[in-house]
Design a protein around this ligand. Structure first.
Ligand code: APR
Ligand code: PHB
Length: 379
């Protein structure tokens, strides 16, 4: 059967869905409000779970990832001033990859353009009508009637507002000050630090570029954080590890919020990625949830296209939301275990330290942690 899917948004969710549908012989049009340059330069997440890498490989979109991605078999957790390693590969046989979201986006855009498939930049979608029948995408003064529409337009897009219900929300009393630095990473794996001064994270984008974060109060102005202050604070929070200072090329403050839509479907409109749910960044789940959503959706559309059965499409919202809530749980646990809350008591701190000691001394606890961090298979 022939089928046209309208995809709103050319982030990782929209672009990967377009790619997977193309491989299944299903037509799609991708609408993106911003220009190609903006989309390709936006700095976002950087950790790919095993299942996300597997999907990119199946999509034929992993050539550069294989060459430039950095596989990581574990992380360090710093607490009480000392570093403790958690080994993912040894406990679960899974690992994660460092490969920036912006590079995934560039690779998928290049493939879509090489295949000469519709990808409309500078084309904001203003709404979708007739969601109970053949949904119509409205852009500028034009419209496109589709069989299905998927909102992959992120947390600030239009699609999630078209789904009834306000959803479930949690805010957090802290933000992250994030920096990019022309400096070799502090350590060959990621380091998550619990410190009385607040959380810190040392990540990377390549062997010569560091990505680092500091917990700061909500409402922090990054101009109050000159480079020297940032390096001094990072050094104070990382215990045994010593950051390598270098030129800071970007500085920004990221608020933290969790939100989950009550459903990922309204008639023939579906939500995927940040349009359907957001997590605080501590568990590195946002990009991976987006990839998992579209893996499921592509399989559901393919099943419909090949067999005429709506079974997988009808199951999509419930199936996806089960994984989303599991990732929300992990992200919430990481956030509340590693950060210092403004009203934190010594009792709370002792509980955090007990949990961190459990993860780094009990193989069963380490295995469970590694399983959540590296992600569960789609489905
Ligand atoms: N019309 C068309 N495009 C839109 C509209 C609109 N009305 N509104 C937003 N967009 C575009 C945005 O410009 C962006 O390119 O939708 C895209 C959404 O992409 P992302 O925000 O990257 O969301 P998603 O693809 O779900 O990826 C989730 O992104 O924010 C990170 O941490 C998050 O890593 C996760 C990932
Ligand atoms: C990142 O590299 O941006 C990053 C890594 C791990 C996280 C969050 C963000 O938990």
């Amino acid at each position: 059967m022939s089928m046209l899917v309208g995809i709103i948004g050319a982030g990782p969710a929209g672009l990967l869905l377009g790619r997977l549908l193309h491989l299944a012989g299903i037509d799609a049009v991708v609408f993106e409000s911003r220009g190609r340059e903006h989309v390709e330069q936006r700095q976002r997440a950087g950790i790919l779970e095993q299942a996300t890498v597997d999907t990119l490989r199946r999509a034929g979109a992993a050539d550069r990832l294989e060459r430039e991605g950095l596989p990581h078999d574990g992380i360090d957790l710093v607490f009480d001033g000392s570093a403790h390693r958690v080994d993912f590969f040894d406990t679960t046989g899974s690992r994660v990859w460092i490969y920036a979201q912006t590079e995934v986006v560039k690779d998928l855009i290049a493939l879509r353009i090489a295949d000469d498939l519709p990808l409309l930049f500078d084309t904001p979608v203003s709404g979708v009508s007739d969601v109970d029948g053949r949904p119509v995408v409205h852009h500028g003064d034009r419209t496109l009637a589709c069989d299905y529409v998927v909102g992959c337009d992120g947390f600030h897009g239009v699609a999630r507002s078209l789904v009834p219900g306000t959803g479930f929300e949690r805010s957090f009393p802290h933000s992250w000050l994030g920096i990019m630095a022309e400096a070799p990473p502090m350590h060959h794996e990621l380091v998550y630090a619990h410190s009385p001064r607040g959380f810190a994270l040392a990540s990377m984008r390549s062997p010569s570029v560091s990505r680092m974060y500091l917990q700061v109060p909500n409402g922090t102005d990054p101009t109050h954080w000159p480079d020297d202050r940032i390096w001094a604070e990072l050094t104070a929070r990382f215990g045994d590890h010593r950051p390598n200072p270098g030129p800071i090329t970007a500085k920004s403050v990221l608020p933290m919020r969790a939100w989950v839509s009550p459903t990922l479907r309204h008639g023939n409109l579906f939500l995927a990625g940040d349009a359907g749910h957001i997590v605080p960044p501590t568990g590195a789940k946002g990009l991976n949830l987006a990839a998992a959503d579209v893996t499921l959706l592509a399989a559901a559309f393919t099943h419909l296209h090949d067999t005429g059965s709506l079974a997988l499409l009808d199951a999509y919202s419930d199936t996806s939301l089960r994984r989303v809530w599991r990732a929300e749980q992990f992200s919430h646990f990481m956030t509340t275990t590693l950060h210092v809350a403004p009203d934190q008591t010594d009792f709370d701190t002792h509980l955090q330290l007990a949990r961190l000691r459990q993860i780094t001394t009990s193989r069963a606890a380490a295995t469970s942690f590694a399983e959540e961090y590296t992600g569960i298979a789609a489905g």
